[in-house]
Design a protein around this ligand. Structure first.
Ligand code: NAD
Length: 288
């Protein structure tokens, strides 16, 4: 397929390169010259204008920072500019309301569109092992699947438009809560005189097991290797976790969902992000 890829940053850069590896032709556009130069070296054709990048393509993939930018890119450069038959895939993490709005505008103009946010960070984007949670019609999902499979290890149809974003923010709210809980328990065990490694060995095989403890242990030198062992560099940035928690709390409010722990996790990450937005989100253990 011929695919336009808009937004070639930390995540999009590797994703576009994986589309090229899967023998898709990729037209790349980004506001950053540096991102474009990298895309070119990875085999993409680069464009100075997004409206030109979408000419004659079979699909458009976007990986952009937020909902406002996604809306402006689709309204200004994709809808009405890409060929009618093109399938549109927004892989950014954005608010559910904007995802639904942009999908509705695309559908009204005759396009199939999915929201397809990802789980997995930069390493998964580079390695082609992302998990995609996809919102859209059966038809749009069917068309998007081939494109997504070239960039990920799992592609799951979550439901109608917006369902991908809903899955993503609910998952990440749970992750934030479980990370804080894991960090609290590990620090408390240590303060009570229990060797944290012993606590890890026991709890990771008991009812306390969870991804944050078992697969991403937040304490250096304990459990599995994780960003904690690299001074909390790399991994999933605290600033991005805070972004997702804000989206989650916004969505909770619109749905009248009760999320007391999600709200508290957001407050804790808000405080922590003031000086530590670039550190991995598991570094929140340092505040305990
Ligand atoms: P990033 O800031 O590295 O990349 C975003 C890119 O979009 C940049 O290269 C920027 O120049 C470009 N851009 C901004 N406005 C644009 C416009 N109007 N037109 C064209 N290009 C434009 O961000 P990222 O880390 O790649 O994240 C992208 C999305 O993926 C976000 O929604 C983020 O929440 C989500 N996400 C990130 C991670 C992660 O670990 N980094 C993990 C999961 C999901």
């Amino acid at each position: 397929m011929k695919i336009a890829f808009i937004g070639l940053g930390n995540m999009g850069g590797g994703m576009a390169a994986n589309l090229v590896k899967a023998e898709h032709e990729v037209n790349a556009f980004d506001l950053s010259e540096e991102a474009l130069a990298t895309a070119k070296s990875n085999g993409c054709e680069t464009f100075a204008d997004p409206g030109e990048a979408v000419q004659g393509v079979d699909g458009v993939v976007t990986m952009l920072p937020n909902g406002e930018i996604v809306k402006s890119v689709y309204e200004g450069s994709v809808i009405g500019k890409a060929p009618q038959g093109a399938v549109l895939l927004d892989c950014s993490t954005i608010d559910v309301a904007t995802a639904k709005e942009v999908s509705a505008a695309a559908e009204a103009a005759g396009y199939d569109m999915v929201d397809a946010p990802v789980s997995g960070g930069i390493a998964a984007a580079n390695g082609g092992t992302l998990t995609f949670m996809v919102g859209g019609t059966e038809k749009a999902f069917g068309r998007a699947e081939e494109v997504l499979q070239a960039m990920g290890k799992a592609v799951i149809h979550a439901g109608d438009a917006g369902a991908g974003q809903t899955a993503k923010i609910c998952n990440n709210m749970l992750l934030a809560i479980s990370m804080i809980g894991t960090a609290e328990a590990m620090k408390m065990a240590e303060k009570l005189g229990l060797d944290p490694q012993k606590f890890y060995e026991i709890s990771s095989q008991s009812s306390g097991y969870c991804w944050s403890l078992n697969a991403y242990t937040p304490m250096p030198g304990v459990g599995v290797e994780s960003p904690a062992d690299k001074d909390y560099k790399g991994g999933f940035a605290t600033g991005l976790m805070l972004k997702d928690l804000r989206l989650a709390m916004e969505a909770a409010q619109t749905a009248d969902a009760s999320t007391p722990l999600g709200a508290h996790a957001k407050e804790l990450y808000e405080q922590f992000a003031r000086d530590n937005a670039g550190l991995d989100f598991s570094a929140i253990i340092r505040t305990l």
